[in-house]
Design a protein around this ligand. Structure first.
Ligand code: ADP
Ligand code: MG
Length: 751
């Protein structure tokens, strides 16, 4: 169940919802996470709660008018867990203590008692120490009980607390199982459950920790200190104390500590830690650099643009941590299943323990042990942990390759994709168009420079890549000193005066026609620039338009609405590797590759040909792109839309999975997309797809394996095929280790 969903909150619909993230250091098993969250959802004022066993965080959505954070923590405390509002430090989460902590010591001591007891029994045991109605106590028995007591101490306190809170959990089940076994004189079984289950817990903690630590490798990428320029002095500071506007010095080979803009110097920067691109990127004055990337051989001075908690890397880490909290479809299935599974098996356990002896007079001791065995199998841990470990493992693997997946949900959906739809400009093409030709209309007396000048004036306020290209081309034209020929005398437009006017451009008259062009006022008349459809006629430019489009140029007309004075042809190179990326996607299993564009069909076809696109939909307005996505979805199945995330937001949102490219440094792209490629490398798409398919596979294998294993064991118990020890080793420890081990495979998928 997702944090935003409201299935359980109807009765406690919050007037005002607030989120708090609590750290629960001991919530390291999936069963506990689920129990805590289920419990909290019953508290008045709590709209939703989501336990994340891998990061040991508990996200609670509550109404501050009804319930306080302290009250929430108290409720968690009742179940036997301490909840804190601050984040855990690295050492506390780290592994070393797992094998040496109190739980571990109890486990080892319990194991030692078990070993001695087994030896004592093997050599012939002692005389009876105490006579008991069930089973006389000898030395070995006493040692088994000691093993049970010490190992069992890992479960008793929490078990008793959970009994008091009237909620069935693993600790409670184990407490009953251990005490029950001692009660009927099955001392060996009692010791074995206590020891093996303690060991299983340690192993589960250890393996989940390995998954968690993969997130920490991301955190380790953020440098702690930065060298800040204060006046002419260099001062070492914690990055947390560096603020936007500061100037930071980065020496050759150093990790860049902040997000910022290069002020001085130049260098090849290895951006692999953030974007996953292995080739160094040349950075010169004015270029953006990212925290966590590694400076090459140059000396850089960087003007800080974002605080330490705001950097692309910090957001990336934050989103990866959050991702565990966004439940996948499989997780919701497992949660529902577990909620039903545990009680059913527990009831079966009671029935198995008492039914046959009471009804048929079967041997009580034997059936009681079978009941206990079922109790062990009733623990849903391996099942509940099966999806989160796969999700966290997959998402962190992706993050290390510059692919940010914002939730397990999207990892799963991406694995189901049938169609990949690309936006053209800036996605399949570089997005840096250049003006390659300017053609005056035959019946116009305007010349090249004048047309470019008017165009630039109209585009001065537009953010569109075409607009920027036109403004740039005009600037270069004037800078070159060559072609500054004034236009026709009756219009006020020499290129120079136009450019000057553009700066002071009349803001009121500017109108952006999304997906079409731009409208503005020149010399008292309404002019426009953009798609030929904007104009009443093409001013006799048809043959030029056709010729240029055939060559893959984007053609825009400029002039008064009734008739254009000329055209500009712009050329945008296909991204290098676009064809390769499409081929790889196909090889990985994508059935249909589509290009969606607002540009003309022939222009699009010329780009698409080289890239290997199956279908081109051209001349689309932004809302038509949304409809195209929906239509593709109906026809072929789930669609992934790939865009720049800035001006194709609606289409990204409409697709099953919205993927933004080049998201590093762009907040909008990071926010709008479900998945963000931090770099510009289209080849990452095939990696993403393969990883997602693999991830989806691992999730399914994990769930199936856990259910089949538990189910099989549960059926085998009453038949006497499964001993208690087998149930613990295979059904719990084995299953948990198998699902985590299987999940770690995802880290091995290579781009
Ligand atoms: P794409 O789908 O390739 O990303 P857009 O939807 O952004 O393209 O734009 C579609 C078409 O509209 C462009 O090919 C161009 O003809 C025209 N257009 C959009 N904005 C502008 C602008 N600022 N200046 C000129 N033409 C524009
Ligand atoms: Mg676009």
């Amino acid at each position: 169940m997702s944090v935003s969903s409201a299935t359980t909150s109807a009765a406690t619909e919050p007037r005002e919802a607030r989120d708090v993230v609590l750290t629960v250091p001991e919530m390291d098993c999936a069963g506990c996470a689920q129990r805590i969250q289920d419990r909290l959802r019953t508290v008045e004022g709590v709209a939703d709660a989501a336990g994340q066993p891998v990061s040991r965080r508990l996200k609670v959505q509550y109404d501050p008018g009804v319930v306080t954070v302290d009250r929430i923590r108290e409720e968690v405390g009742r179940l036997g867990y301490a909840a804190r509002e601050d984040q855990l430090g690295g050492e506390e989460l780290g592994a070393p203590s797992i094998w040496r902590g109190p739980a571990a010591v109890r486990t080892w001591v319990s194991g030692a008692f078990m070993a001695t007891a087994l030896i004592a029994r093997a050599v012939g045991d002692s005389a009876v120490l105490i006579e008991l109605p069930v089973e006389d106590l000898r030395l070995a028995g006493l040692l088994f009980i000691a093993a049970a007591a010490v190992g069992g101490w890992n479960f008793f306190p929490k078990g008793i607390r959970s009994a008091r809170a009237l909620s069935l959990d693993m600790n409670f089940l184990m407490t009953i199982a251990i005490l029950g076994a001692v009660g009927i004189g099955e001392y060996l079984e009692a010791g074995a459950i206590a020891f093996l289950f303690s060991l299983a817990e340690l192993l589960e903690r250890f393996s989940v920790d390995r998954v968690r630590r993969s997130i920490e490798t991301l955190v380790d990428l953020s440098p702690e200190m930065a060298t800040v320029l204060v006046g002419s002095e260099e001062v070492r500071r914690y990055v947390d104390d560096v603020v936007p506007g500061d100037e930071v010095v980065v020496r050759p080979g150093e990790r860049i500590p902040v997000d910022g803009v290069v002020e001085r110097g130049g260098s090849g920067v290895n951006q692999a830690p953030v974007t996953g691109e292995s080739m160094p990127v040349d950075k010169v004055v004015g270029d953006e650099v990212f925290a966590g990337t590694v400076n090459g051989e140059g000396h850089l001075r960087v003007r800080v643009t974002r605080g330490a908690t705001d950097t692309t890397l910090a957001r990336m880490i934050h989103l990866v941590e959050e991702a565990e909290g966004r439940r996948t479809k499989s997780e919701r299935f497992v949660e529902r299943f577990a909620r039903w599974y545990t009680p059913v098996v527990t009831v079966a356990a009671v029935f198995v323990a008492f039914g046959p002896p009471l009804m048929f007079g079967s041997d009580f001791g034997e059936w009681f042990v079978r009941g206990l065995t079922l109790l062990v199998i009733a623990c849903p841990c391996a099942l509940v942990i099966s999806t989160p470990v796969a999700v966290v493992s997959g998402i962190t693997a992706a993050a290390r390759n510059g692919v940010l997946i914002k939730g397990g949900l999207h990892l799963e959906s991406m694995g189901d994709i049938r169609v990949v739809a690309f936006d053209k400009t800036g996605t399949l093409t570089r997005g840096h168009p250049e003006v390659v030709e300017v053609v005056p209309a035959p019946d116009s007396d305007a010349d090249r420079a004048a047309i470019l000048g008017w165009a630039a004036r109209l585009e001065a306020r537009s953010e569109h890549p075409l607009a920027r290209a036109i403004v740039r081309a005009n600037g270069e034209e004037m800078g070159s000193g060559g072609e500054i020929v004034p236009g026709s005398e009756d219009r006020e437009a020499s290129a120079t005066t136009v450019a000057a006017a553009a700066d002071a451009s009349d803001a009121n008259d500017f109108e952006s026609l999304r997906g079409m062009g731009v409208r503005g006022r020149i010399g008292g008349e309404v002019w426009q620039i953009g798609r030929p459809e904007l104009f009443a006629d093409t001013g006799g430019l048809d043959t030029d338009i056709d010729r240029l489009r055939e060559d893959g140029r984007t053609v825009v007309l400029v002039g008064p609405k009734r008739s254009p004075v000329g055209l500009l042809a712009l050329s945008d190179q296909p991204r290098p590797g676009a064809a390769d990326a499409v081929a790889r996607l196909r090889k990985a299993g994508v059935e249909h590759v589509v290009m969606l564009t607002g540009d003309d069909a022939r222009t699009a076809a010329s780009v698409g040909r080289g890239v290997g696109i199956d279908e081109i939909r051209a001349g689309l307005m932004p809302e038509e792109k949304v409809r195209a996505v929906e239509e593709l979805e109906r026809r072929y199945g789930p669609v992934a839309m790939v865009g720049d995330g800035v001006n194709d937001g609606p289409a990204l949102a409409a697709a099953s999975v919205g993927i933004a490219m080049g998201a590093a440094g762009s907040d909008t792209a990071l926010e709008t997309a479900d998945i963000a490629l931090l770099g510009d490398d289209l080849a990452k798409l095939a990696y993403l797809y393969t990883l997602s398919r693999r991830g989806r596979g691992v999730i399914r294998q994990n769930i199936t394996a856990a259910i089949v294993l538990k189910g099989g064991l549960a059926i085998g118990v009453p038949l006497g095929w499964v001993s208690l020890i087998v149930a613990v080793i295979v059904g719990d420890m084995g299953a948990s280790l198998a699902v985590t081990g299987n999940s770690l495979r995802l880290a091995r998928v290579r781009p």
